[in-house]
Structure formats: C-alpha cells, structure tokens
Write a protein that binds this ligand. Structure first.
Ligand code: ZN
Length: 275
C-alpha cells in the first residue's frame, strides 16, 4: 500500500515525464471502479483532454496533477495502483483503467484490485473538498510541530497508532510508518495518545519525520505486490525495524518483535524497548 514516501517517490519520478506535456486524448476502461466518485468517463475525458500539465503535487497519499485550466486531476492509488509509461503504440497491460496520451509517451494507470480512485476538482475546490478538508498537516512541513502534536493529543484515550493512521493528525502515514515511528520513538502503539509525556511527544515527532525522510531517500518500501512506477522497488524494506518482523530480534535491544491487531490492523512492536 503506497504511503507518503511511496507516493512522494512516484511524484518525483513522474514529474519530469508529465510537467509541460499536454493530454492529447484520454481512454477510460468501460465501467472502471476508479471513477466511482466522479460523474463518469465522458466528463472525465472532457475535463482532461487538451489540457496542459503544469505541476505534479502530493497531499497525504494523493497525487495531484495541476492542469493549465486551474483544475486538479486527483489520483489515489489505493492498494495496488501503479503508473506506467508506454510508447504510443504499445498495448495496454491487463488491469489498465486509464490511459492518457501525451505527446511523446502514454501514461497508464494500472490497478488490479481497483481500490484506487480518480477525480477532477475545479479551481479553488481542492481545500474545500471533503477528502482534503479532513487531512491534517504534512508531517514533513513546518506546521507539524511539537506544540501542535501536544495540543492534538491532550486528553485523547485513542491509541496513538490509531491517531497516526487516521490522517487528521498528520497526512500520509499508513500502517508501515505508524509502526516504524512508534518503535523509533520507543512508544507502544497501543498507548493512549493523551498519556504521552512531553519528551515522548517530541520523540514521536522526530521519529515520524526521520522515518519518512529515510524512506523517501530509499524510494519507499515495497511489500508483496506493491511496486511503484513500472515495477521498480523501493529499498526501505531492508531497513524496517519492526514491520513484518514478528518473532525476530529487535535491532535495538535484541528482544523479540511481537505482532498483534490494533485498530483493525496488524501491529508490530518490541516489548523490550517500547513503553
Ligand atoms: Zn527492542
């Protein structure tokens, strides 16, 4: 599942291929579930065809193509969504849902399990859209301060991991990076958020930012069937400290990593050095 570092990696990889190009034509798979939030393939085609791509941004786990009309084409890759570029005459691989013809190559969105979604927003509609209105600050932005975190955690009985996954505290953190951040901060994922002391809140902020930055530097994590852009893999999987490592020794204290289920998700932690 692509989380912030994976989506940021895809953004950086696609940016030079897309920005400055024009969308000459748009093919959409008949009945594609990727369009379940939008009004239909005809309107999607109408709003994209002929548009120039002026920028490629990211907010949380969403990729945002900025069009020369001021509109935004928003893509969430879901569980298994991937972008491919292909020569204009190359056939579309299986599970292709969207194919944008650009001047020199085509951009394909391939999604075997179709948990992804795409939609177009008008100029000025981005901040007000329900998806983006709910999103917390980017954890790598300046707004993600210790004071902000302390304010948002105060009095909360929700497990800290559930808050990290919720997207309202911070945008873009999913299961892998929530567990890795809690381990780096030496905090048990099940701890009530409001029970964190000031030094633990500061450690958590530092951990979240450090883990995300290190993963971006490795071009993200590849777990099982998720790969970014044309089947390339990120290198952070080799650096995971707890995620997917149950029964193996902690790289910090030698204790055995445990797994349980928290907030409906597999959760990995070290009982030896997380408190
Ligand atoms: Zn440990």
């Amino acid at each position: 599942v692509p989380e912030l570092p994976e989506v940021e990696t895809i953004r950086a990889c696609l940016e030079p291929k897309l920005v400055g190009r024009r969308i000459e034509s748009v093919w959409v798979r008949q009945g594609s579930r990727l369009l379940r939030d939008t009004v239909g393939p005809a309107q999607l085609r109408r709003r994209l065809t002929g548009r120039g791509i002026e920028g490629l941004g990211r907010r949380g786990k969403y990729l945002i193509l900025v069009l020369d009309t001021g509109e935004y084409f928003v893509v969430h890759l879901g569980m298994t969504g991937m972008f491919y570029t292909a020569a204009p005459d190359a056939p579309s691989p299986r599970h292709t849902h969207l194919r944008l013809k650009l001047a020199d190559a085509d951009l394909l969105l391939v999604d075997p399990r179709t948990f992804g979604r795409v939609f177009v927003l008008g100029e000025g509609e981005l901040q007000a859209h329900p998806v983006f209105r709910r999103l917390g600050p980017e954890p790598l932005d300046r707004a993600f301060t210790v004071a902000y975190l302390a304010d948002r955690l105060r009095g909360r009985r929700t497990p800290i991991k559930a808050l990290l996954l919720g997207q309202q505290l911070a945008a873009g953190i999913g299961n892998i990076y929530a567990d890795e951040s809690c381990h780096a901060a030496r905090i048990l994922p099940r701890r009530a958020a409001g029970s964190l002391e000031a030094r633990e809140i500061a450690a958590l902020r530092r951990a979240v930012r450090g883990v995300l930055r290190r993963s971006i530097a490795c071009q993200g994590t590849t777990i099982r069937d998720y790969q970014w852009d044309e089947g390339r893999s990120g290198g952070f999987a080799a650096k995971l400290k707890v995620y997917g490592r149950q029964g193996r020794p902690c790289r910090r204290c030698g204790g055995l990593i445990e797994r349980n289920v928290l907030a409906g998700r597999s959760t990995f932690f070290c009982p030896g050095c997380q408190f």
